[in-house]
Design a protein around this ligand. Structure first.
Ligand code: ADP
Ligand code: MG
Ligand code: MG
Ligand code: MG
Length: 705
């Protein structure tokens, strides 16, 4: 019986394979634009919240209606996002360097000048003033060869970022800098005193927040909505042999949004052919998210203390939690009709969380996906009724109405009633972009401005799914491997018509397990063992959610079993990826490259390659200055940051991290093109001096050694 499921999935290949996509459209470069305007403080915003919530739904419905009437069969386009930390280093200490916006602007200007190149980067502002985010300037296309662009583009990003740094700056891809929040840890700004009016943090100055007013307002309004109380994350403390017995069991003092939003991750966004496919991928990736979080875990240290966890998720979740005491059950608070749910509707999760509902509407009997939606997912009734009345299906209505149990956090004067609901989606985006879940369903953009039916080559993005759980890795090889692996898994799921559905309560359990120490090799995860249904017609798509009876479809598996397979009934994601590549006829060179990525993921699951968290933990605990007391001194934090930077640049080997893969060194050299200038060398003296220098030289022998 168990063997039959796998036999059936192979039989599916022929019918369900993705047709080779047409050439990737030439997309106009989308720039990182932040609205500049005056954001409203919370007391002023309160009276306008309902307007934004209500019109956000209208805008979604308008967009949805238009996307229904226009047929669209989009190509696979996809892209990653990598976040970097910029630090300034002396012999003794590293500090966060608050030059992020300045560096981003300089990079953006140079990218603009290089836009004639097909391969380029785009640089986006981040919450932290010491951070920048980089993406490819144009999304990757739907060919196997595009998968080889990923690491190349990531390396170009690192090279270009490096070229903009001062001599004493570094840009490691560390999830968190362990010295963040300890003593005098920032540089590059005049006022670095903590206890500022925005975050009111005892350890973090307001200057670490990106200077665009959106970010400070977000910080302030989250505090205000909570009832004036600081956010607070409490990761469990790792207890070492000399950790004082009376030390708190948690790491204290994480009292600012920056502790969480300052954590760096790698995200991947895929365009689906249509909304059905995007919603289906959303669900599958939500179930996969905890496994990928465990495999990429790389944040074992917070505020100078080793944690007993390996990943960032719960810390960010707490650091942006805007729930009132009544909403999260920590106390009582007054009902206020201006707030969503009057501020007293019970909300079981922070707005940064795993998902509460699957988004796909199963066309099987009685909507079978619904039986896996077994966690509390409150909805805004008014929004729900409006969506249903407009003809939006049950699952999508619930998905959107669940986003709208939150309030918009940043409102800009002049951009509220002024926004045209028939052409813009600002109010919908406001809620959407501050519901930070493991996956995000991104609807098409530009529907109102002729984007959709204009020249397909200039199309605005269609329905996309964004995968958000992964922690950033120290090397681009690892970041590329996990990004490519994720896109391959989505192809496998679609081509083999598989399903990863497990009840969401199990996904929640998996998220808790994924953050534990060494989860990649020590924990088990609820995973679907019956990936394909036993009996479906070849013509049906996305029917797997209906197969199997509840108690039999999933079981606990290790990451290695999930990646490599278990018994004769669960094929494993890596063999499926290879089968898929075989099926599409992937060429040998590409396959060789891709197999290094698939193998890295397998090695992370088997322990042959360690996770970033294990590597960092080992570096810290083996540092000569470490006292076995859980404390990570400024000098240890500094040495770690420098080592991480060097590993990223291929200057310090870390085969245990990369599974033996050698990272080719990255330097500033060649970051930007050198123009073959025809401009006259300005003065006679300069020309003469230059010629004289080269006239004296012997023949150039560099190439012959
Ligand atoms: P956000 O921060 O909102 O998640 P970003 O613009 O930072 O979005 O990153 C989005 C990623 O999606 C980038 O890697 C980009 O290359 C990629 N991308 C751009 N257009 C498309 C598209 N049409 N389909 C899929 N991915 C796209
Ligand atoms: Mg981004
Ligand atoms: Mg980002
Ligand atoms: Mg993103």
């Amino acid at each position: 019986m168990r063997g039959a499921a796998w036999a059936l999935c192979t039989a599916h290949v022929a019918t369900a394979l993705l047709a080779p996509p047409s050439p990737a459209p030439k997309l106009t470069q989308r720039k990182a634009v932040l609205t500049v305007g005056t954001p409203l403080n919370w007391p002023d915003a309160l009276d306008r919240l309902a307007y934004v919530r209500e019109h956000g739904i209208d805008q979604f419905i308008e967009m949805w209606r238009r996307s229904q009437t226009l047929t669209r069969d989009d190509d696979l386009l996809w892209g990653d996002e990598v976040e970097y930390a910029i630090l300034r280093v002396t012999d003794k200490q590293a500090k966060i360097s608050l030059r992020g916006p300045e560096i981003r602007d300089a990079l953006a200007t140079k990218e603009e000048a290089h836009s004639y190149r097909t391969e380029g980067c785009a640089w986006h502002p981040e919450y932290g003033r010491w951070m920048v985010e980089g993406t490819p300037s144009r999304p990757y296309g739907g060919y196997a060869a595009d998968l080889c662009r990923v690491e190349r583009n990531m390396r170009l990003r690192r090279r270009r970022l490096l070229s903009e740094l001062a001599e004493d700056e570094i840009c490691p891809t560390l999830v968190t800098f362990p010295g963040f929040g300890v003593g005098d840890f920032a540089t590059g700004c005049a006022d670095l005193a903590p206890n500022g009016p925005v975050a009111r943090s005892e350890s973090v100055p307001d200057a670490v927040i990106h200077p665009h007013p959106r970010f400070a307002t977000l910080t302030k309004n989250i505090r205000a909505r909570r009832g004036g109380e600081n956010v607070r994350a409490r990761p469990p403390r790792f207890v070492d042999t000399k950790t004082p017995r009376d030390a708190p069991t948690t790491i204290e003092g994480l009292d600012a949004m920056a502790y969480g939003m300052g954590a760096c991750c790698v995200q991947v966004t895929f365009q689906a052919r249509d909304s059905t496919e995007a919603r289906y991928c959303y669900d599958q990736l939500a179930a996969l998210a905890p496994v990928m979080l465990a495999l990429t875990a790389a944040s074992p240290c917070w505020r100078g203390v080793l944690a007993a966890t390996d990943a960032r998720w719960d810390i960010i979740s707490a650091s942006v939690d805007d729930r009132t005491p009544a909403e999260d059950g920590r106390g009582l608070s007054d009902s206020d009709d201006r707030l969503a749910g009057s501020g007293v509707r019970q909300l079981p999760r922070s707005r940064y969380s795993s998902i509460s509902r699957y988004a796909f509407e199963c066309d099987g009997p009685a909507g079978q996906v619904r039986r896996f939606c077994d966690v509390d997912a409150p909805i805004d009734e008014q929004a729900y009724n409006k969506l249903k009345a407009a003809g939006v299906d049950e699952a999508l209505s619930r998905h959107v109405a669940h986003l709208f149990v939150r309030d918009p956090l940043v409102l800009f004067e002049g951009l509220i009633e002024e926004v045209d609901d028939t052409t813009a989606t600002d109010h919908f985006d406001n809620l959407q972009s501050t519901n930070w879940n493991t996956v995000r369903l991104k609807p098409p953009t530009g529907l109102g401005i002729g984007g959709i039916d204009s020249n397909p080559a200039e199309r605005e993005p269609g329905w996309r799914t964004e995968f958000r759980p992964m922690e950033v890795q120290l090397t681009d090889f690892e970041n590329a491997a996990f990004s490519v692996f994720t896109v391959l898994v989505t192809r496998v799921i679609l081509a083999f018509d598989l399903s990863l559905y497990v009840p969401l309560s199990r996904v929640d359990a998996n998220m808790r397990r994924a953050q534990r120490m060494n989860a990649a090799t020590s924990e088990k995860f609820y995973f679907r063992r019956q990936l394909a249904p036993n009996e479906v017609s070849e013509a049906q798509k996305f029917v797997n959610c209906c197969g199997g009876d509840d108690d039999d479809v999933f079981e606990e598996m290790t990451c290695l079993e999930i990646i490599d397979g278990k018994g004769d009934y669960f094929p494993g994601l890596a063999p499926l990826a290879y089968a898929y590549l075989d099926h599409i006829g992937c060429d040998g060179d590409t396959l060789a490259r891709l197999s290094t990525y698939i193998e890295l993921v397998r090695k992370k699951a088997s322990g042959e390659a360690v996770t970033g968290a294990s590597w960092i933990r080992k570096f810290i605990t083996e540092h000569p200055e470490y006292q076995q007391d859980s404390i990570v001194s400024p000098k240890i934090a500094r040495d770690l940051a420098v080592a991480a930077h060097d590993v990223g640049l291929g200057l310090r080997p870390a085969p245990e991290l990369t599974g033996g893969q050698v990272i080719r060194p990255i330097t500033r050299s060649g970051a930007w093109d050198t123009r073959l200038s025809a401009d006259k060398i300005p003065t006679k003296e300069e020309r003469r001096e230059l010629l004289a220098r080269y006239a004296r030289r012997g023949p150039f022998r560099g190439a012959q050694g």
